[in-house]
Design a binder for this molecule. Structure first.
Ligand SMILES: *Cc1c(COP(=O)(O)O)cnc(C)c1O
Ligand SMILES: [Zn+2]
Length: 378
């Protein structure tokens, strides 16, 4: 028998998984899923996220899985992008997921869990991609979905996608952080939260790491764009768990890349601060335009555990990297290019040596934010 529980990351209090509140009743800390792994870790009948069901949600009955065959995305290697980055670089393209971003990896698990818990309605706040993903998976599960977005700050294609999947969209004045605060009212009223405080999303997002390791058994560095820090936390948790199971040859260094104008986690890291200070986020990379990242403690633990680092890059560097990835025939949305821009910067600053094996994760599809290649003329 395999057991999963929820544990408060601050006070360590344990809870059973049959609950839909993901803050600690005692101290308000975030909860995370913990597993007692059995002998079986993979389900080889499956491809993508659910191949790893025993590592992410072993207690979920298969009949309750809400899946669109997410995961199993392509790993690219492009001479053009490698030359640009200054190192042989692998690109894991999670924009190839069903709704066009890595969010689907987490959403398939969280919406399945909503079904298992008997929830009827879902809610999230979003800069766009979480909204589209939540709307799609909620529709597949037959649940009503409401999303809160910062008014006028979500790309038209993400908005169109979300509305097409049938979600109710509430526009909030201000930033993502304000939208998140407002969305909490519906959570109080019994809607199931699909934001990244939902620890099941983190479980699903671990799978990108498993896929990277299946493709390249030795990886030295993994870089990821960092906004609300759910993905950084998830990849870190996957690494920590595999390491504890004795299944890692070496612990890859995790690099979280923030946009200069939305870099509270970077600031905390370089200043060795005890806690994060909220900023007013400004960047072209809308998917990482977040000033008060909710998962910073989980993410900090991930960076520390892996001896990784946090990097910040300017909008110009992001757009330049995006132009290169686009011209290589691969393409991505602006926020995604931050991972490549961050690696290029580290190579230039001598923080990565030539023989290291590096993977940059591309988080979103090119078509997600087509208005932003302003200045993309050659
Ligand atoms: C959500 C998102 C991010 C940021 O991920 P976090 O887990 O919030 O750090 C980066 N890129 C894209 C395309 C996204 O949709
Ligand atoms: Zn607690």
């Amino acid at each position: 028998m395999v057991f999963s529980s929820l544990r408060c990351i601050d006070c360590g209090h344990m809870y059973g998984i049959d609950r839909s509140r993901y803050r600690c009743d005692r101290c308000g800390g975030l909860l995370e899923v913990t597993h007692e792994f059995g002998d079986q870790l993979y389900d080889f009948r499956k491809r993508g996220v659910w191949k790893y069901r025993y590592l992410i949600h072993p207690a979920l009955p298969e009949s309750l899985t809400v899946s669109r065959n997410e995961g199993a995305t392509t790993m690219y290697r492009s001479d053009r992008v490698s030359q640009y980055a200054g190192i042989s670089l692998h690109l894991k393209h999670d924009g190839e997921n069903p709704t066009g971003s890595f969010k689907d990896r987490g959403m398939t698990v969280a919406v399945s869990e909503a079904l298992r818990l008997g929830m009827k309605r879902t809610v999230c706040a979003s800069t766009g991609n979480t909204a589209a993903s939540a709307a799609s998976y909620s529709a597949v599960a037959g649940m009503e979905c409401t999303v809160y977005v910062p008014a006028g700050k979500v790309s038209q294609s993400k908005m169109a996608q979300t509305l097409a999947y049938g979600a109710r969209v509430v526009e909030v004045d201000g930033t993502f952080d304000n939208a998140l605060e407002e969305s909490l009212d519906l959570v109080e009223d019994g809607s199931y939260t699909l934001n990244s405080i939902n620890p099941w999303r983190v479980e699903g997002q671990k799978t990108v790491l498993y896929e990277i390791l299946e493709c390249m058994s030795d990886v030295d560095i993994i870089s990821v764009p960092a906004g609300n820090l759910g993905n950084t936390s998830a990849i870190g948790k996957a690494i920590m768990e595999l390491d504890t199971l004795g299944l890692l040859k070496k612990v890859p260094r995790l690099v979280a890349v923030q946009a200069e104008g939305a870099a509270p986690f970077y600031r905390m890291w370089v200043e060795h601060s005890e806690s994060i200070s909220r900023v007013e986020p400004v960047t072209v990379a809308s998917a990482i335009r977040i000033g008060n990242p909710v998962s910073w403690k989980k993410a900090r633990r991930a960076i520390e555990y892996t001896s990784g680092t946090v990097v910040s890059v300017s909008d110009e560097e992001i757009l330049e990297a995006k132009r290169c990835i686009d011209r290589a025939g691969i393409g991505c949305e602006p926020a995604s290019a931050a991972s490549v821009a961050g690696i290029r910067k580290m190579v230039q600053e001598g923080e990565i040596s030539r023989d290291e094996r590096v993977v940059a994760i591309l988080t979103g599809n090119l078509l997600k934010d087509p208005m932003s290649p302003v200045g993309n003329k050659v």
